[in-house]
Design a protein around this ligand. Structure first.
Ligand SMILES: NC(=O)c1ccc[n+]([C@@H]2O[C@H](COP(=O)([O-])OP(=O)(O)OC[C@H]3O[C@@H](n4cnc5c(N)ncnc54)[C@H](OP(=O)(O)O)[C@@H]3O)[C@@H](O)[C@H]2O)c1
Length: 340
């Protein structure tokens, strides 16, 4: 009999998640039903938004159920198919194909073939579809170009700049003709990576100095666009640094995801009025209109080496929770994944 090792949420975390909030459970899998495929996962994604799904609170993503496997992006190899089946795009699925789907946090999954998408591993390794070519990549692309209405000549500041989304935002801004790209990150090695390898003009280590001071020095002429992954003091500093008619894409607020009490908002909101700023929240899946353009443009940059897409990978299903906690604490450079 085939079994799957799956991470279950068994208790809702209070503050930072602990090992006792999760259990690794071995589950027997029944024979395949008609229209199904069995996929052996080779990698799954751990993402900051999953922390929100661990709470029992109404949000854009439904809470994880207790004592049930958690979900998230994953890639794997099709091991068995029930009959002639097609993927979400209507393409035939064959044994041996590499597919992308939403049933991570486990070693094996059986699901309708229409819930998987066959991916092109000639273009990039499968795990890239969890990062640069997947959800984080599209978040960076759409957030910068559509939500923040980036224009060539803009000075751009992005927080959590050495992470999956942030590292792409800065590179896309550079490739699209930004005047100056500034990132913030939590240690000197990450900052050096941003300036030396990704082509950022400046990087601020927010642990070494207050972000407001660092940003003022890195952007003496102010910023036109802020891509917010962090919230809190970073958002306040960005509002201070913004030029008149500046735009911010509010993508995430990771500084508050483990908070056990409401976190204070920026103390300078009236500057939104005086500087005529636009601050706009967004969720990646709300608008798919740029998806084709994203795949073509970012796929091209990946192929010709214009864009660097780094991963931090942790091996083994047993390390899933440790990988998630490491991500939340800044232990990743680029996209954090768990390989199986
Ligand atoms: N709106 C959407 O649809 C959407 C989609 C995808 C992601 N997001 C959001 O985008 C953000 C980035 O996601 P990602 O997947 O690319 O993760 P990531 O940046 O790869 O990883 C998270 C990073 O956040 C930083 N961080 C953690 N605590 C922090 C704090 N208190 N202050 C400043 N930085 C902190 C850490 O880097 P340092 O070492 O630099 O601290 C860590 O590496 C998250 O807020 C996420 O929720 C939103």
């Amino acid at each position: 009999m085939t079994t799957s090792l799956e991470w279950h949420l068994v208790r809702r975390p209070h503050g930072e998640p602990t090992d006792d909030d999760f259990a690794l459970v071995e589950t027997p899998l029944p024979p395949l039903a008609a229209g199904q495929v069995r996929v052996r996962n080779t990698a799954f994604s751990v993402d900051p938004y999953m922390r929100g799904r661990m709470n029992d609170a109404k949000s854009y993503a439904t809470p994880y159920e207790l004592n049930a496997p958690m979900h998230g992006g994953a890639v794997g190899i099709v091991e068995e198919i029930s009959d002639a089946v097609t993927d979400s795009a209507g393409r035939e699925v064959h044994v041996g194909d590499t597919v992308l789907h939403g049933f991570g946090w486990r070693t094996t999954v059986q699901l309708s073939s229409t819930w998987v998408r066959v991916i092109d591993t000639d273009l990039a390794p499968a795990s890239a579809y969890l990062g640069v070519l997947g959800m984080p990549g599209y978040t960076a692309y759409r957030g910068l170009l559509q939500v923040a209405e980036f224009a060539p000549g803009d000075t751009v500041f992005v927080s959590a700049a050495a992470g999956a989304v942030g590292s792409l935002v800065g590179q896309i801004a550079r490739l699209k003709g930004a005047k100056r790209v500034i990132g913030s990150a939590g240690d000197p090695e990450k900052c050096a990576w941003l300036t030396d390898e990704l082509g950022f003009d400046a990087a601020v280590d927010y642990r070494a100095q207050p972000i407001r001071k660092g940003l003022r020095e890195a952007a003496p002429d102010g910023i036109d666009v802020y891509f917010d992954n962090v919230g809190g003091d970073h958002l306040e500093a960005a509002i201070h640094a913004m030029n008149d008619f500046g735009r911010a894409a509010l993508c995430g607020s990771i500084s508050g995801y483990n908070a056990t009490a409401p976190t204070p908002g920026p103390g300078n909101l009236f500057m939104i009025t005086t500087k005529r700023l636009t601050l706009r929240g967004f969720i990646v899946g709300d608008d798919e209109s740029l998806r084709g353009q994203f795949e073509q443009e970012v796929g091209g940059w990946l192929r010709d080496g214009s864009i660097v897409a780094r991963e931090t990978s942790v091996a083994g299903i047993e390390q899933g929770i440790a990988a998630f906690r490491e991500l939340m604490g800044g232990g990743n450079v680029g996209k954090m994944i768990v390989t199986l």
